[in-house]
Design a protein around this ligand. Structure first.
Ligand code: HEC
Length: 132
């Protein structure tokens, strides 16, 4: 039992240690929300070409190709939902762009191999797409 453990350990841990243990216990799983502070919109722009996103999607600043199999992403930064089903938030989008089928079973969008950094760059780029 966690409480027995705490009762036995509390004196040894001291007040600060006890607090740390209690906080860790109440905190739930660690926050895995990725930070986009190190993401680079320009690299993201290049990646949507390099990774082949442009074959299926159109982007405001890509003249060609302008793929039509997937929805246009010209306005994507304004959208509240990803594919009408997932909240359009950085943490969700970062996972969606590299593995859509894991999040939308049956979707026609394939998984696209990317590093964590690449997924963050692509996400930062997508989230700033707005009509001019
Ligand atoms: C083979 C075609 C294909 C490729 C390549 C592709 N997608 Fe998609 N994508 C789709 C389709 C189809 C959908 C619609 C998903 C659905 O509704 O199930 C979609 C949906 C999306 C959405 C949600 C759009 C919306 O309006 O909500 C985003 C964002 C997206 N793709 C980004 C990307 C990015 C970034 C890449 C490249 C890393 C990429 N896609 C590569 C086909 C593709």
């Amino acid at each position: 039992m966690a409480t027995d453990f705490l009762a036995r350990r509390a004196p040894a841990l001291g007040l600060t240690g006890l607090f740390t243990v209690l906080l860790a216990a109440c905190d739930g799983p660690p926050d895995r929300t990725p930070t986009l502070s190190d993401a680079d919109v320009k690299r993201g722009r290049q990646l949507v070409t390099d990774k082949g996103c442009v074959a299926c999607h159109s982007f405001p600043d890509v003249q060609w190709p302008r793929g039509g199999l997937g929805p246009s992403l010209e306005n994507f930064g304004r959208q509240g939902l990803i594919a009408g089903r997932l909240p359009n938030q950085p943490g969700v989008l970062v996972r969606f762009v590299r593995d859509a089928p894991a999040h939308l079973p049956g979707t026609a969008m394939p998984a696209i191999p990317m590093t964590d950094q690449e997924a963050r760059d692509v996400t930062a780029y997508l989230l700033q797409l707005k009509p001019r």
